[in-house]
Design a protein around this ligand. Structure first.
Ligand code: APR
Ligand code: PHB
Length: 412
């Protein structure tokens, strides 16, 4: 257990999960004088060492700035004005800033975002309990739900006004509603990603997403010294199936194009990520609000997971702020609907990017020709490229979220 604070038994917002969603929500609330307790079942060391994606939309950078957690991000983040798509060696650049009126993306690892948010939370001396596992929630239909959690081998309770379920895909929050209340929708893909971090300067200034008949590959980066690369692999593969030489050979082939070479370097880490699309609807049950991976998962093509978690968090924060400061419950009542409009837009884009760029052994020859025709459309149509650009930088999702009118106020 990693806190020196007294263990609180009552707060305004009980937050389950100390990933990006839970930590950011806690900080935004704290800035408005709204109290929260974050319960995180892993150790600080474990949370800070999980490797995830690293692509931040402008809205995500803005949210981290608003939270005062962007000092290192502003120094170390790499702003990208474009992204490259490749089809069997034929490259097409999507000019993000040009096509979106100035928006781009920032490369900065999610792990670093989490480290920054943890350091900030601890510096404010607000409660963040590590190795505190929420076990169940009761009283969600009352105005004072209670989270039960285990810490240091003892059971504790935390009473609150609202519960924020920010506990990721495997969390307990989603399972707290009565059976059948939350509907789930999902899709799995017949391939995985093998990701590496290599100690070598990136061979490209902009990300390269490549379709190749041997499978997908992605060249991303972490800094001027470190590259982040991925190759599509089989669902049954383990890292033992991928010795370094095999990884580099496939990366050369899949990312390659005339006149360009990929530099190799020592591989520091290898991990395999499954590819899944998953949606829970609605995202609220009584006084429980789900945010981030607790409510939805996207395949990593397009890098949307963290950005969706942050967009949910902003929406939930704003709804809680107006509830506490103005006595206005409309944001809370509309939270799920506003999120869902955005979530399905992002699901569609993540699925589009995934299907555009992977080799799917289950697809017919006809479908494979369609896949290539979709890529060729991007190379010949500015309008098609603009659609990809607007989705990639997050503009399309923001518009979807803002599309509907606020519903009439109702009692909470
Ligand atoms: N009690 C307390 N904490 C829990 C519990 C529990 N019962 N169950 C899970 N957690 C914690 C996990 O240990 C994890 O740290 O909840 C946290 C959820 O964090 P994330 O999985 O990072 O989810 P989120 O904050 O929604 O961020 C979404 O993370 O998985 C990536 O691709 C995803 O980039 C996206 C981002
Ligand atoms: C990453 O840098 O890890 C990354 C970037 C873009 C993606 C996925 C992952 O689409």
């Amino acid at each position: 257990m990693a806190t020196t604070l007294e263990i609180p038994t009552r707060t305004q917002v009980g937050i389950i999960g100390g990933g990006p969603a839970g930590l950011l929500l806690a900080q935004l609330l704290h800035q408005q004088g709204i109290t929260a307790v974050v319960l995180e079942n892993r150790s600080r060391q474990r949370v800070e060492s999980r490797q995830r994606a690293g692509l931040l939309e402008q809205g995500t950078v803005d949210a981290l700035r608003e939270a005062g957690a962007a000092e290192r991000l502003d120094r170390e983040g790499l702003f990208h004005e474009g992204v490259i798509l490749s089809y069997n060696g034929q490259r097409h650049r999507i000019a993000l800033t040009e096509l979106t009126g100035g928006a781009g993306v920032t490369i900065y690892a999610q792990t670093e975002v989490v480290k920054d948010l943890i350091a900030q939370r601890l510096a404010t001396q607000q409660p963040l309990l590590f190795e505190a596992e929420a076990t169940h929630i009761e009283g969600l239909t009352t105005d004072s739900p209670v989270i039960h959690y285990a810490l240091d081998g003892q059971q504790h309770t935390l009473a609150c006004d609202f519960v924020a379920g920010c506990d990721g895909f495997h969390g307990i929050a989603r399972r707290t509603a009565p059976e059948g209340f939350f509907k789930t929708y999902d899709k799995t893909y017949p391939y995985c990603w093998l990701g590496i971090i290599a100690q070598v300067p990136p061979s490209t200034d902009e990300l390269i997403y490549a379709f190749h008949e041997r499978g997908f590959a992605l060249h991303s980066m972490r800094s001027s010294e470190r590259s982040r690369l991925y190759v599509q692999c089989d669902v049954t593969d383990t890292v033992a199936d991928w010795p370094d030489e095999r990884i580099w050979a496939e990366l050369h082939l899949r990312l390659g194009t005339a006149g360009w070479t990929l530099s190799e370097g020592p591989i520091l880490e290898k991990t395999i990520t499954p590819m899944r699309s998953f949606v829970t609807a609605p995202m609220q049950y009584e006084r429980l609000f789900l945010a981030g991976d607790a409510a939805h998962i996207v395949p990593p093509t397009g890098g949307k997971g963290l950005n969706m978690a942050v967009a949910d968090t902003r929406q939930l924060f704003e709804a809680l702020r107006t509830h506490y400061q103005d006595g206005d419950n409309r944001g809370l009542l509309d939270y799920s609907a506003a999120c869902m409009r955005r979530v399905w837009r992002v699901q569609e884009f993540s699925n589009y990017m995934t299907e555009l760029l992977h080799r799917n052994p289950e697809k017919s020859a006809f479908d494979q020709h369609l896949q290539e025709a979709r890529f060729q459309l991007l190379t010949t149509s500015r309008a098609a490229s603009q659609v990809v650009a607007e989705n990639y930088v997050g503009l399309a999702a923001r518009r979807a979220s803002e599309a509907a009118e606020w519903p009439l106020p109702q009692a909470l």
